[in-house]
Design a protein around this ligand. Structure first.
Ligand SMILES: C[S@@+](CC[C@H](N)C(=O)[O-])C[C@H]1O[C@@H](n2cnc3c(N)ncnc32)[C@H](O)[C@@H]1O
Length: 228
C-alpha cells in the first residue's frame, strides 16, 4: 500500500484554501494497517486524548467505509487496556454497505461490524443489545454527512454517552462555504447539529471548540461533550 502523497504547500506560504485542498485530497489516500482510512492526523490525535480522558471502552462509529478507522479505534482501545485504563473494549461499526469493511478487517477481534441504515428506527435498540454492562461509549458520526443521517445519529444514540463522554459529529466542513471544495459534497451536518442542540437532549451537551487543538480539523463545531 503506497503512502499518501506529501502535501507540497507550506501552511505559512500558501493561500489557506490551497493548503486545505491539498490536505483533503491527501487524506483520501491515507491508510491505517494497510486499509484506507480517511481522517486527518490532527483529528485522530484529538480522539486519542478524548478516548483516554473519558475512559471510553466502546466506540460506536457510523460509516465504516474501507474499515481502516475500525482497526484504528480497536487498536487504540487495546492500548488503553494494556495501560490499565479500561476493560471490555469493543468497536461497533455500522455501514449501509459493510462488504468492504468485512473483507478488509480480517482480524475482527473486539469488533462488531453491522450492515444497517443509520435511518432505521430499530438500530438504537439493536446496538444497545451489543453493549457490555459497563459501556462508556465514544460515538463518531461519519456516514452520509446529510441532515437526516446527522439528526438520526444524534437523536438515536446521544443518550448512550455518559456524562463527561464525547460524541463527535464529523465533517461539518461540508457546510462551511470556504471549505467546500466540490459542489457534489453533501450538506446538512451543521444545520442538523444546530437544530438538535436546541432540543432537551441536545442541551445536555456542550460544543467544545477548544478541542480543535491542532489547528486544522474536518469537524469544526463537531466535538460534543455530555455535561448533564
Ligand atoms: C466517509 S465514509 C466513512 C469513512 C470511515 N469512517 C473512515 O474514517 O475511513 C462514509 C460511509 O458511510 C456510509 N453510509 C452512508 N449513508 C449511510 C447510512 N444511511 N447508514 C449507514 N451508513 C451509511 C457509506 O456507505 C460510507 O461507507
Amino acid at each position: 500500500m503506497p503512502l499518501p502523497p506529501p502535501v507540497s504547500l507550506d501552511v505559512r506560504s500558501g493561500a489557506p484554501n490551497d493548503y486545505w485542498r491539498a490536505r483533503v485530497e491527501q487524506h483520501f489516500h491515507d491508510t491505517y494497517a494497510g486499509v484506507q482510512m480517511t481522517k486527518f492526523p490532527e483529528d485522530l490525535r484529538t480522539y486519542e486524548h478524548l478516548l483516554w480522558e473519558s475512559a471510553a471502552n466502546v466506540v460506536i462509529e457510523f460509516g465504516s467505509y474501507g474499515g481502516g478507522s475500525v482497526l484504528w479505534f480497536r487498536d487504540r482501545l487495546d492500548a488503553m487496556v494494556r495501560h490499565g485504563r479500561i476493560r471490555d473494549p469493543l468497536v461497533i461499526s455500522v455501514d449501509i454497505d459493510a462488504a468492504a469493511t468485512r473483507a478488509n478487517v480480517r482480524d475482527q477481534r473486539g469488533v462488531e461490524i453491522l450492515e444497517a441504515d443509520l435511518l432505521d428506527p430499530a438500530l438504537p435498540a439493536q446496538i444497545r443489545t451489543l453493549l457490555p454492562g459497563d459501556a462508556r461509549p465514544f460515538i463518531v458520526e461519519d456516514s452520509a454527512h446529510e441532515y437526516d443521517t446527522t439528526r438520526a445519529a444524534l437523536t438515536g444514540f446521544a443518550d448512550l454517552v455518559a456524562v463527561g463522554g464525547f460524541f463527535v459529529v464529523e465533517d461539518g466542513c461540508v457546510d462551511i462555504e470556504p471549505l467546500r471544495l466540490d459542489p457534489s459534497w453533501p450538506r446538512g451536518v451543521l444545520p442538523a447539529l444546530r437544530d438538535w442542540l436546541d432540543t432537551p437532549q441536545g442541551r445536555r451537551f456542550a460544543v467544545r471548540r477548544d478541542l480543535e487543538i491542532y489547528g486544522l480539523s474536518c469537524h469544526p463545531g463537531g466535538f460534543l461533550q455530555r455535561v448533564a
